[in-house]
Design a protein around this ligand. Structure first.
Ligand code: UDP
Ligand code: MG
Length: 317
């Protein structure tokens, strides 16, 4: 697939869509307007990925493709998730430059010309976007998101900027690098910084979704963050094995010393079942915790080893 049509298409836009029937037409209009006013000479195409939508997304895409041959779409046989959708788009993209962005208007296509300029200059391989405010987002969510980025910074070797979005534009060198990662448990926020190269950042204020509603519940985000951690760090395993055992060892020595001294000073009327229960509960709690961490990695290995395809296409134009 690599390199096909690279001469014709200048920029390919990869847009994952899950139940975005209302957002797609707005997005399409805005993008076409941006290109025709700012870069009329540059050929671009759309690669929409219908990620198993249950609304009329596919129909909307079919109609768009009929009237505009720059519109391509890939429709999945079911919902495979945004990561799979982005991957499918990247694998199909033939442009000399490729951009990934959401359909809901939160990633303004109006930024594309600036981003393109940064990468075209050859000084940068990728243009990334970052929202500097989290206006309009529930407080609790912002709080946990910040904690997550701080934690990732500590336990991984890659730097994931707080507020960095999946809205990016990059050259083919960068694209090939991202495509070369075969993993199933994909976490784009980590994959992008992991491949390296030079990224120029564009900052903007958070924009609220134009229509429809977010596909991410708090629980889904929580699971996604676990994916991110296990995909890019094995530190939790180190913590589980060394730190916990060292901690318990020190606690055990300290407690034994305390019991010996108490016995010497006060003698030993039999007592202490309450503290014994506490210790047993504490230790078995930690054991469950550690087994849980092992289980997380094991389940990821299991999914990778199966080697299933990332997605299944039912229809594509
Ligand atoms: N999306 C997708 N598959 C999913 C969930 C979301 O393709 O399973 C798409 C969605 O249509 C949108 C983008 O991914 O274009 C980001 O989703 P959303 O706007 O719900 O996330 P948020 O912006 O709230 O983080
Ligand atoms: Mg969104």
């Amino acid at each position: 697939m690599t390199g096909q049509n690279t001469a014709q298409i200048y920029v390919s836009l990869v847009i994952p869509c899950f139940n975005e029937e209302a957002a797609i037409p707005l997005f399409y209009e805005e993008t076409v307007k941006t290109f025709s006013t700012t870069q009329p000479e540059k050929e671009f195409d759309f690669i929409f990925i219908d990620d198993g939508s249950t609304d009329k997304t596919l129909e909307v895409l079919q109609n768009l493709a009929k009237k505009d041959n720059r519109v391509h779409y890939i429709s999945f046989s079911r919902n495979f998730g945004k990561e799979a959708a982005i991957l499918a788009g990247l694998q199909a993209a033939s442009g000399e430059y490729v951009a990934t962005l959401d359909a809901d208007g939160q990633d303004p296509p109006a930024l594309i010309p600036q981003m393109l300029e940064a990468v075209e200059s050859g000084e940068y391989d990728c243009a990334g976007t970052r929202r500097v405010t989290r206006k309009g987002e529930p407080r609790v969510r912002s709080f946990f998101a910040r904690r997550f980025y701080a934690l990732m910074e500590k336990i991984t070797d890659i730097k994931i900027l707080d507020g960095a979005r999946d809205f990016r534009l990059f050259n083919r060198k960068y694209l090939e690098a991202v495509r070369s990662l075969p993993e199933r448990g994909r976490f784009s926020k980590g994959i992008f910084p992991w491949v390296g190269f030079k990224t120029r950042w564009f900052e903007y204020e958070n924009i609220e979704r134009k229509t429809g509603k977010t596909k991410w519940s708090f629980w889904k985000l929580f699971l996604y963050s676990l994916d991110g951690i296990t995909a890019f760090s094995s530190k939790p395993l180190t913590i589980a094995s060394f730190m916990m055992s060292t901690l318990l060892f020190i606690a055990a020595i300290g407690f034994t010393g305390f019991i010996i001294i108490r016995k010497m000073i006060w003698g030993d009327p039999v007592r202490g079942w309450a503290s014994l229960i506490c210790i047993i509960l504490f230790c078995s709690g930690i054991q469950f915790f550690i087994t849980g961490i092992l289980g997380q990695y094991l389940s990821k290995i299991y999914m990778e080893v199966k080697g299933r395809p990332h997605y299944i296409i039912q229809e594509a134009v």
